[in-house]
Design a protein around this ligand. Sequence first.
Ligand SMILES: [Zn+2]
Length: 369
Amino acid sequence: MLLKEVVGQDAVKAKILGSVNQGRIPHAQLFLANPGAGGLPLALAYAQYITCSNRTETDSCGQCNSCKKHSSFTHPDVHFSYPFVKDKGEVATELIADWRSALKANPYMNYQDWMQFLGAEKKQGNIPVKETREIIKSLSLKPYESEYKFLILWLPEFLGTAGNVLLKIIEEPPQNTLFILVAENSDKILGTILSRTQSVRIPPIQKPELKSALMEIHSLTDEQAERMAQISQGNYRICQDLLVEAESPYFELWKSWMSACYLVKLNESAILAEKFHSMSREEIKGFLHYGLELLRGIMVVKYESSLNNWVGKEFDFIQNFNKLNIPFVHLQSIINQLETSIYLIERNSAIKMVMMDLSFFITKKIKKQ
Ligand SMILES: [Zn+2]
């Protein structure tokens, strides 16, 4: 991972890079991170930076042999350790393929995400004694390719008393060995490990940093990003959830319905009519209210796109729908018709009839010319 791919944390980055550039890398560090603040991504980017053969003052090159191996989490001088469940293996390396895939999918994953990835969300993960012995064995070898050998140990909270096995090697490490422990809760780590490591505190991501990352990475508008940065309190993992949740369960159905109307696909409309028929009166009402909001979003975006509060797929849908250039009066008449339909459904009209009429009406107003 490149440092610039880590969201915010400019102050922490400056601190850890400073020690590298001054040639004073502490041999054992504990990255003590707030949830979703980027402890693991920072550790990954930091290790990559240290071994990059062409680094600048602020980042790795991303191109050299070492960077390529780091970015696929396959560098032979990095030993990864993490909690796991015993029916998946006895030591962490047995799960390395899963670990790499999970990191590729989301370096901001948390413990629950990882357990879910392993299909073990109902089980208790840990880092057993056997794994600590494996760590010692692996670190006793000389570095293969770079100057340093690394242990990136994610969530030492799960070591329990097995952590005692590591005390000696942390205190008297083999030459050129760097320990990076990434934790969230120092209360659950052995005091003897805490006292042997240098802490790097990783606070919640600062609001302005998080906001600009949300605008850049997820194309949120200024206002949306401001709101999300505020709600998530500097936790990027929460932002990821919010981005997904921002999408309604009705979205896909609404999108297929509009597409069938626009392209005048009567077969698809008939299939959708069946689907509507199977929904409860409350669900249909919810669905139509949702559609009303989306249509209002489209009306707004025509004049003032910054007032559009939608994100993700819905935001894309609104942008694309807007490009169809459907006349304003037609959109307004669809909105009126949706309101009428909700009124009829509330008064017990047959759902199938109401929705069929509505399909014809919308088709007439938006169909591809
Ligand atoms: Zn490089």
